[in-house]
Ligand binder design. Structure first.
Ligand code: ATP
Length: 264
Protein backbone atom coordinates (compact mmCIF):
# COMPACT_ATOMS: atom_id res chain seq x y z
CA UNK A 1 0.00 0.00 0.00
CA UNK A 2 1.17 3.59 -0.66
CA UNK A 3 3.05 5.18 2.25
CA UNK A 4 1.23 8.20 3.69
CA UNK A 5 2.86 10.76 5.91
CA UNK A 6 1.08 10.58 9.31
CA UNK A 7 1.56 14.34 9.75
CA UNK A 8 -0.54 15.07 6.66
CA UNK A 9 -3.64 17.06 7.74
CA UNK A 10 -5.90 14.62 5.85
CA UNK A 11 -3.96 11.52 6.93
CA UNK A 12 -7.00 9.47 7.96
CA UNK A 13 -8.88 10.19 4.76
CA UNK A 14 -5.84 9.39 2.60
CA UNK A 15 -5.25 6.18 4.55
CA UNK A 16 -8.82 5.04 3.93
CA UNK A 17 -8.56 5.90 0.23
CA UNK A 18 -5.32 3.92 -0.06
CA UNK A 19 -7.01 0.98 1.65
CA UNK A 20 -9.94 1.12 -0.79
CA UNK A 21 -7.61 1.40 -3.79
CA UNK A 22 -5.70 -1.68 -2.57
CA UNK A 23 -9.01 -3.51 -2.09
CA UNK A 24 -9.95 -2.57 -5.66
CA UNK A 25 -6.69 -4.04 -6.92
CA UNK A 26 -7.47 -7.21 -4.93
CA UNK A 27 -10.87 -7.47 -6.63
CA UNK A 28 -12.87 -6.81 -3.44
CA UNK A 29 -14.03 -3.29 -4.41
CA UNK A 30 -15.32 -2.42 -7.90
CA UNK A 31 -14.54 0.95 -9.57
CA UNK A 32 -18.14 2.04 -8.95
CA UNK A 33 -17.46 1.51 -5.25
CA UNK A 34 -14.63 4.05 -5.37
CA UNK A 35 -17.04 6.61 -6.80
CA UNK A 36 -19.61 5.83 -4.10
CA UNK A 37 -16.89 6.42 -1.49
CA UNK A 38 -16.22 9.88 -2.91
CA UNK A 39 -19.88 10.77 -2.56
CA UNK A 40 -19.82 9.58 1.04
CA UNK A 41 -16.68 11.62 1.83
CA UNK A 42 -18.36 14.81 0.61
CA UNK A 43 -21.31 14.31 2.96
CA UNK A 44 -18.97 13.49 5.84
CA UNK A 45 -17.26 16.85 5.29
CA UNK A 46 -20.65 18.52 5.71
CA UNK A 47 -21.16 16.62 8.98
CA UNK A 48 -17.77 17.69 10.30
CA UNK A 49 -16.56 14.06 10.17
CA UNK A 50 -18.21 13.25 13.47
CA UNK A 51 -21.22 11.39 14.78
CA UNK A 52 -24.02 13.89 15.34
CA UNK A 53 -26.29 13.67 18.42
CA UNK A 54 -29.19 12.52 16.19
CA UNK A 55 -27.06 9.76 14.62
CA UNK A 56 -26.05 8.70 18.15
CA UNK A 57 -29.77 8.38 19.00
CA UNK A 58 -30.36 6.30 15.88
CA UNK A 59 -27.44 4.05 16.83
CA UNK A 60 -28.86 3.53 20.35
CA UNK A 61 -32.22 2.56 18.87
CA UNK A 62 -30.52 0.28 16.33
CA UNK A 63 -28.73 -1.57 19.16
CA UNK A 64 -32.07 -2.18 20.86
CA UNK A 65 -33.71 -3.41 17.61
CA UNK A 66 -30.83 -5.74 16.78
CA UNK A 67 -30.60 -7.15 20.31
CA UNK A 68 -34.33 -7.93 20.34
CA UNK A 69 -34.51 -9.27 16.78
CA UNK A 70 -35.32 -12.94 16.14
CA UNK A 71 -32.91 -13.13 13.21
CA UNK A 72 -30.80 -10.01 12.63
CA UNK A 73 -28.57 -9.86 9.53
CA UNK A 74 -25.79 -7.48 8.49
CA UNK A 75 -25.47 -7.16 4.72
CA UNK A 76 -21.89 -6.68 3.46
CA UNK A 77 -20.71 -5.43 0.06
CA UNK A 78 -17.16 -4.83 -1.20
CA UNK A 79 -16.76 -1.30 0.21
CA UNK A 80 -18.12 -2.39 3.58
CA UNK A 81 -15.68 -5.32 3.80
CA UNK A 82 -12.76 -3.13 2.72
CA UNK A 83 -13.59 -0.32 5.14
CA UNK A 84 -14.74 -2.15 8.23
CA UNK A 85 -13.96 -5.89 8.40
CA UNK A 86 -12.52 -5.66 11.97
CA UNK A 87 -15.51 -3.59 13.13
CA UNK A 88 -17.87 -6.22 11.66
CA UNK A 89 -16.02 -8.99 13.50
CA UNK A 90 -16.24 -7.02 16.76
CA UNK A 91 -19.96 -6.42 16.18
CA UNK A 92 -20.65 -10.10 15.60
CA UNK A 93 -18.79 -10.91 18.83
CA UNK A 94 -20.89 -8.36 20.72
CA UNK A 95 -24.10 -9.81 19.25
CA UNK A 96 -23.67 -13.53 18.51
CA UNK A 97 -27.16 -13.79 16.94
CA UNK A 98 -26.10 -11.35 14.20
CA UNK A 99 -25.56 -13.11 10.86
CA UNK A 100 -23.13 -11.64 8.37
CA UNK A 101 -24.05 -12.02 4.69
CA UNK A 102 -22.22 -10.99 1.54
CA UNK A 103 -24.56 -9.23 -0.86
CA UNK A 104 -23.32 -7.74 -4.10
CA UNK A 105 -24.63 -5.64 -6.94
CA UNK A 106 -21.65 -6.66 -9.11
CA UNK A 107 -21.47 -10.33 -8.19
CA UNK A 108 -18.94 -12.88 -9.36
CA UNK A 109 -18.19 -16.06 -7.40
CA UNK A 110 -14.56 -14.96 -7.14
CA UNK A 111 -15.40 -11.57 -5.71
CA UNK A 112 -17.90 -13.00 -3.20
CA UNK A 113 -15.24 -15.49 -2.06
CA UNK A 114 -12.59 -12.74 -1.72
CA UNK A 115 -14.94 -10.66 0.45
CA UNK A 116 -15.80 -13.66 2.62
CA UNK A 117 -12.08 -14.42 3.04
CA UNK A 118 -11.43 -10.86 4.16
CA UNK A 119 -14.22 -11.06 6.72
CA UNK A 120 -13.04 -14.43 8.04
CA UNK A 121 -9.46 -13.19 8.31
CA UNK A 122 -10.75 -10.30 10.44
CA UNK A 123 -12.46 -12.79 12.76
CA UNK A 124 -16.02 -13.25 11.45
CA UNK A 125 -16.77 -16.91 12.15
CA UNK A 126 -19.59 -17.60 9.66
CA UNK A 127 -20.12 -15.73 6.42
CA UNK A 128 -23.34 -16.32 4.49
CA UNK A 129 -24.16 -15.40 0.90
CA UNK A 130 -21.08 -16.74 -0.87
CA UNK A 131 -23.22 -19.32 -2.66
CA UNK A 132 -26.66 -17.75 -2.42
CA UNK A 133 -29.62 -20.08 -2.15
CA UNK A 134 -32.66 -17.80 -2.51
CA UNK A 135 -33.86 -14.69 -4.34
CA UNK A 136 -35.79 -11.62 -3.26
CA UNK A 137 -38.74 -11.30 -5.60
CA UNK A 138 -39.14 -8.15 -7.69
CA UNK A 139 -35.45 -7.20 -7.86
CA UNK A 140 -33.77 -7.50 -11.24
CA UNK A 141 -30.11 -7.10 -10.16
CA UNK A 142 -27.72 -9.61 -8.62
CA UNK A 143 -28.56 -8.04 -5.30
CA UNK A 144 -31.68 -10.22 -5.36
CA UNK A 145 -29.49 -13.26 -4.58
CA UNK A 146 -29.56 -13.96 -0.85
CA UNK A 147 -28.95 -16.78 1.61
CA UNK A 148 -31.95 -18.84 2.68
CA UNK A 149 -30.55 -18.88 6.25
CA UNK A 150 -29.77 -15.15 6.24
CA UNK A 151 -31.49 -12.21 4.60
CA UNK A 152 -34.24 -14.45 3.18
CA UNK A 153 -35.62 -14.98 6.68
CA UNK A 154 -34.32 -11.90 8.53
CA UNK A 155 -36.68 -9.78 10.61
CA UNK A 156 -34.15 -6.92 11.02
CA UNK A 157 -31.53 -6.06 8.39
CA UNK A 158 -28.63 -3.69 8.89
CA UNK A 159 -27.72 -2.46 5.41
CA UNK A 160 -24.73 -0.13 5.12
CA UNK A 161 -23.99 1.57 1.77
CA UNK A 162 -27.00 0.00 0.14
CA UNK A 163 -28.99 0.90 -2.94
CA UNK A 164 -32.53 2.16 -2.65
CA UNK A 165 -34.18 -0.63 -4.68
CA UNK A 166 -33.04 -3.37 -2.38
CA UNK A 167 -33.84 -1.41 0.76
CA UNK A 168 -37.37 -1.03 -0.61
CA UNK A 169 -37.60 -4.72 -1.54
CA UNK A 170 -36.53 -5.75 1.97
CA UNK A 171 -39.16 -3.54 3.52
CA UNK A 172 -41.83 -4.97 1.23
CA UNK A 173 -40.93 -8.40 2.59
CA UNK A 174 -41.72 -7.15 6.10
CA UNK A 175 -38.10 -6.81 7.22
CA UNK A 176 -37.23 -3.83 9.41
CA UNK A 177 -34.45 -1.92 7.70
CA UNK A 178 -31.63 -0.04 9.46
CA UNK A 179 -29.40 1.83 6.99
CA UNK A 180 -25.97 3.39 7.43
CA UNK A 181 -25.47 6.02 4.75
CA UNK A 182 -23.85 9.44 4.92
CA UNK A 183 -26.29 10.83 2.38
CA UNK A 184 -29.59 11.76 4.03
CA UNK A 185 -31.06 12.34 0.54
CA UNK A 186 -30.29 8.88 -0.87
CA UNK A 187 -33.20 6.60 -1.58
CA UNK A 188 -31.82 4.11 0.93
CA UNK A 189 -31.88 6.67 3.76
CA UNK A 190 -35.38 7.72 2.72
CA UNK A 191 -36.73 4.17 2.62
CA UNK A 192 -35.12 2.86 5.83
CA UNK A 193 -37.18 2.42 9.00
CA UNK A 194 -34.15 3.62 10.95
CA UNK A 195 -31.63 5.66 8.93
CA UNK A 196 -28.23 6.15 10.57
CA UNK A 197 -26.61 9.11 8.80
CA UNK A 198 -23.01 8.54 9.78
CA UNK A 199 -19.74 7.19 8.45
CA UNK A 200 -19.68 3.38 8.34
CA UNK A 201 -16.69 2.58 10.60
CA UNK A 202 -17.63 5.26 13.15
CA UNK A 203 -21.22 4.02 13.23
CA UNK A 204 -20.23 0.35 13.61
CA UNK A 205 -17.83 1.15 16.45
CA UNK A 206 -20.52 3.16 18.24
CA UNK A 207 -23.06 0.39 17.62
CA UNK A 208 -20.79 -2.21 19.18
CA UNK A 209 -20.33 -0.03 22.27
CA UNK A 210 -24.10 0.40 22.53
CA UNK A 211 -24.67 -3.36 22.22
CA UNK A 212 -22.16 -3.99 24.99
CA UNK A 213 -23.73 -1.32 27.19
CA UNK A 214 -27.18 -2.77 26.45
CA UNK A 215 -26.03 -6.21 27.53
CA UNK A 216 -24.98 -5.00 30.98
CA UNK A 217 -27.84 -2.50 31.45
CA UNK A 218 -30.71 -3.23 29.08
CA UNK A 219 -32.88 -0.17 28.55
CA UNK A 220 -35.63 0.85 26.22
CA UNK A 221 -34.33 3.23 23.56
CA UNK A 222 -37.42 4.43 21.72
CA UNK A 223 -36.61 4.85 18.04
CA UNK A 224 -36.90 8.41 16.78
CA UNK A 225 -38.92 8.68 13.57
CA UNK A 226 -37.05 8.28 10.29
CA UNK A 227 -38.34 11.69 9.18
CA UNK A 228 -36.92 13.37 12.29
CA UNK A 229 -33.55 11.65 11.89
CA UNK A 230 -33.19 12.75 8.27
CA UNK A 231 -34.34 16.29 9.02
CA UNK A 232 -31.82 16.50 11.89
CA UNK A 233 -28.99 15.23 9.66
CA UNK A 234 -29.79 17.84 7.03
CA UNK A 235 -30.07 20.54 9.72
CA UNK A 236 -26.65 19.53 11.12
CA UNK A 237 -25.12 19.87 7.65
CA UNK A 238 -26.78 23.25 7.09
CA UNK A 239 -25.53 24.54 10.45
CA UNK A 240 -22.03 23.43 9.69
CA UNK A 241 -22.05 24.95 6.22
CA UNK A 242 -23.42 28.23 7.60
CA UNK A 243 -20.65 28.37 10.23
CA UNK A 244 -18.00 27.54 7.64
CA UNK A 245 -19.33 30.27 5.33
CA UNK A 246 -19.28 32.89 8.12
CA UNK A 247 -15.77 31.87 9.17
CA UNK A 248 -14.60 32.10 5.58
CA UNK A 249 -16.08 35.61 5.27
CA UNK A 250 -14.49 36.95 8.46
CA UNK A 251 -11.13 35.47 7.47
CA UNK A 252 -11.36 37.22 4.08
CA UNK A 253 -12.33 40.51 5.78
CA UNK A 254 -9.35 40.24 8.16
CA UNK A 255 -6.88 39.62 5.37
CA UNK A 256 -8.34 42.54 3.35
CA UNK A 257 -7.92 44.98 6.31
CA UNK A 258 -4.80 47.22 6.34
CA UNK A 259 -1.90 45.59 8.16
CA UNK A 260 -1.95 48.27 10.92
CA UNK A 261 -5.53 47.23 11.86
CA UNK A 262 -4.82 43.52 11.77
CA UNK A 263 -4.38 41.90 15.15
CA UNK A 264 -3.33 38.41 14.01
P1 ATP B 1 -29.55 5.16 -3.51
O1 ATP B 1 -30.06 4.12 -4.47
O2 ATP B 1 -29.83 4.81 -2.08
O3 ATP B 1 -30.00 6.58 -3.82
P2 ATP B 1 -26.89 6.00 -4.28
O4 ATP B 1 -27.02 5.87 -5.74
O5 ATP B 1 -26.91 7.37 -3.66
O6 ATP B 1 -27.96 5.05 -3.55
P3 ATP B 1 -24.85 4.03 -3.99
O7 ATP B 1 -23.71 4.19 -4.90
O8 ATP B 1 -25.80 2.94 -4.25
O9 ATP B 1 -25.53 5.44 -3.82
O10 ATP B 1 -24.38 3.84 -2.47
C1 ATP B 1 -23.40 4.56 -1.89
C2 ATP B 1 -23.96 5.35 -0.73
O11 ATP B 1 -23.13 5.09 0.36
C3 ATP B 1 -23.94 6.85 -1.02
O12 ATP B 1 -25.15 7.43 -0.61
C4 ATP B 1 -22.79 7.36 -0.14
O13 ATP B 1 -23.09 8.63 0.42
C5 ATP B 1 -22.72 6.33 0.95
N1 ATP B 1 -21.38 6.10 1.50
C6 ATP B 1 -20.21 5.93 0.83
N2 ATP B 1 -19.19 5.70 1.67
C7 ATP B 1 -19.71 5.71 2.91
C8 ATP B 1 -19.16 5.50 4.21
N3 ATP B 1 -17.86 5.23 4.42
N4 ATP B 1 -20.00 5.56 5.26
C9 ATP B 1 -21.33 5.80 5.10
N5 ATP B 1 -21.90 6.01 3.89
C10 ATP B 1 -21.12 5.96 2.81
Amino acid sequence: MTWIDPSHPRFESLRVRARLAAAARAGVVVPEGLIAHGRGEAFDYFLGEQTTPSAARAIRAAAAWLRRARSPVLSVNGNVAALAAPEIAALSRALPTLKVEVNLFHRTPRRAAAIARRLRRAGVRRVLGVRPTARIRGLPSDRAWVDADGIAQADVCLIPLEDGDRAEALRRRGCRVISIDLNPLSRTSRVADLPIVDELSRALRALRKELERERSTPRAAPAPSAEWLLAEAIAAMRRRLATAATRGRSRRRRSAAPASRRRD
